[in-house]
Design a protein. Structure first.
Length: 134
């Protein structure tokens, strides 16, 4: 049989990590106020293949995708964001196509000030999320 690079049977590969959003994480620099944030560097992404970032949290979650180099140099670089859309706003996902020679950063934060709690973060198709301090 022939194999198409655009069709994959079965469940796609994924990596998973867990975390806790808490006051000691510091505040999201994109918003005034006490919106705690965790940052993850995305490693091992396959350029040109759709990557999916999924999160399931115990709080009203917000997920942001940034260009890491631009974020480091200017504090900007936000490429996309997604808010918890399930009935209780605790789950959301982002879909994007990684480009070669570009580094990506994920920000996990909340929709409410001083919100904290546990979460699971999944990277689907390729890549791994590695927690970092900014």
């Amino acid at each position: 049989g022939s194999r198409s690079r655009f069709v994959r049977a079965g469940e796609p590969p994924f990596t998973e990590t867990t975390g806790t959003l808490q006051a000691s994480d510091g505040n999201d620099p994109d918003y005034g106020g006490e919106y705690y944030i965790d940052h993850f560097e995305l490693s091992g992404l396959e350029p040109g293949v759709v990557s999916i970032i999924e999160i399931d949290a115990t709080f009203n979650v917000q997920l942001g995708l940034s260009d890491q180099a631009e974020r480091d140099s200017s504090g900007g670089g936000r490429l996309d964001m997604s808010f918890g859309g399930s009935p209780d706003r605790t789950m959301t996902s982002l879909h994007f196509v990684p480009e070669a020679n570009r580094s990506y950063l994920i920000g996990v934060t909340s929709q409410g000030q001083r919100s904290s709690g546990d979460y699971g973060l999944r990277v689907v198709n390729s890549g791994t999320a590695i927690e970092i301090e900014l």
